[in-house]
Design a protein around this ligand. Sequence first.
Ligand code: ZN
Ligand code: ZN
Length: 345
Amino acid sequence: MSGKTHRAAQVKQANGKLEIVNKQTPQAGRNEILIKVVASGICASDHFTMTGMMNSPYPLSPGHEVVGRIETLGQDCSKDWKVGQRVGLGWNGGYCHQCTFCRKGDFVHCQASKITGVTIDGGHQEFVLASESAVVDLPEDLKMTDSELAPLLCAGNTVYEALLDAGLKAGDTIIVQGLGGLGHIALQVGRKAGAVVVCISGSPEKKDLALKLGAHYYFSSKDNLEEEMKKIGPAKIALATAPSGDAPKQLIPLLDKYGKLIIVGTPNDGKELGVNTMALISQYIGVQGAKCGHAADNEHFIKWCNLAEIKSMSKEWPLEKAHEALTDTFTGKPQFRNVIVMGHK
Ligand SMILES: [Zn+2]
Ligand SMILES: [Zn+2]
């Protein structure tokens, strides 16, 4: 420890509250980087840390959508990093380099991977320690603000990787179900990647916003979706972003033969996905999950977002109101991402 302290929002135990505390500022170990946090996005997945669903070690600061600057570098870090450099930190908090997945270069699925803000301290604090392999090199000249940028490191990269993994090509029809933290970025990504974009959401009043963000078509989940999709043509990919366990099954009849249903929304309604398996068999439809990429994936993605003018619609909150901001996210009210900004003195 450095003997210095900093302000942090941390949870002491499962199902506790985020409290503001003074925490010892750690020193960077050999392959670690200490980041001075500027902005830290609140994600629905902070729920894992707050509830103990992923065996978080307490006390812990959540936060895995971090934008900041390098404060100090460990002695064995690559010479490419510089103190003061703008960097980010996402869900992937570093990997082991030794497990079967790492040896195949599949770092996202490292069997011993650290998860920022879930299994190790995250960004809802003024300083966060990161493994060098997890640090995202961010250009200085991005057109978006820190709070517009932070959610791209998890929410944005998750929907981007999901669409690419599903084989998205220009001209394909995709469905984005849900217009919240993930969905509002997925509409932009799909549109800028050349897809025909269909948005399905629960509330008819979101239509104008969906079209502005990039949707070509908008339907309420109560519409006759099978009839509407007959006019457009079946979708190659359906991306389920709503936090519901069973809502994605509505998408299966809307998919083309060999279509893919990709689930990225973390369910919070206790429901499970009951599907008509005959439809999967007869149409060769695949159902899979997807998650955020690693640091290098994020570097590639953020540069493209900057050129394509993709950004998060974010609301800024001071660190003191971290718990209020978190509660706002969990109740589904924000339009669309809540981001803590540190306001260093
Ligand atoms: Zn996240
Ligand atoms: Zn590994």
